[in-house]
Design a protein around this ligand. Sequence first.
Ligand SMILES: Nc1ncnc2c1ncn2[C@@H]1O[C@H](COP(=O)(O)OP(=O)(O)OP(=O)(O)O)[C@@H](O)[C@H]1O
Ligand SMILES: [Mg+2]
Length: 329
Amino acid sequence: MPDWLLYRGTREPHDGIDRLPPPPPWRSFDGGPTLNIPPAGPAGRHQATTYRPSDDAVQQVNAALYLRRPLLVTGPPGTGKSTLAYAVAHELGLGSVLHWPITSRVTLRDGLYQYDPLTRLYAAGREGAVNGGEPAPDDIGRYIRLGPLGTALLPYARPRVLLIDEIDKSDIDLPNDLLTIFEKGEYEIPELARRAEPTAEVMTADGSAADRVTVTGGTVRCSAFPLVVMTSNGEREFPPAFLRRCITVKLSQPADQVELAAIVREHLGDLADQSDDLIGQFFERAKQGTLATDQLLNAVYLCRYSDAADRHDLADRITPYLSAGPDED
Ligand SMILES: Nc1ncnc2c1ncn2[C@@H]1O[C@H](COP(=O)(O)OP(=O)(O)OP(=O)(O)O)[C@@H](O)[C@H]1O
Ligand SMILES: [Mg+2]
């Protein structure tokens, strides 16, 4: 395999990220002082350690890392679009994945930070009363929590992985709003920028209240550009200006029965060898309408406990077509 690949898709953690060259001059960011990325939690570990990416996905992840560009991952349901983010973070030791699920109500501001002025006001009143009317020192950062996007743009020494999940469900303006942020690699928190105090200690999306980070001058600027993985089920066309600034990859269903069996083996071990019949049945049915790989995983797992005579019926029943398939009555 050519040496330029840092992410290889082998599922074995390694320190390949240390070989990431400096960014192209037009994607260089100078935020600091740098922070260490927090270690990964248990979320998504099984998915990360069992994921078999396509060669194309491996190449495009590396292109996104080198070029410091967001990765737009499209494809049918269940082809592993969201899992790709966890798999890269696991293999390259990039810590916990920042997950930002998108709906039509989500705004850019939700992704950047949340500020709770009411609680701050009550706390100021309470503390003033305790101090005999003297105003307490103002710790505004206790009432600001960065969102997943806002946290990913902190000046981490290594790229954080940010999963912007189902961006095609967003309000029409979100993709363009994101572009501006990704071009600049920074954003402002106006509530901090207009204060006289130069710094504030704010909370992050995945840190505890005790793990606050310092924001200077009300601006957050990244150092290592995050690996941004945006997933889409294709419910929306994106503007050319958006596509031009992304690295794109289209995932598809496993091409043949051998690949399908290999995925089942990753998840369920030897059970795959006893399930050739179910895998074949699933593969044939998938030619008629949309089915997702994780439906097959459910079927193989469940059918182990069923009577031999029932297993094909049971497998069909729990793997209904997800979009226009043939009439099944
Ligand atoms: N290539 C693969 N190798 C191993 N497991 C896979 C692969 N593709 C899909 N899976 C498994 O299928 C399940 C679904 O994957 P995932 O949720 O990432 O798909 P998705 O494309 O994001 O789906 P959706 O469009 O519904 O959000 C996961 O449990 C994942 O582990
Ligand atoms: Mg998904």
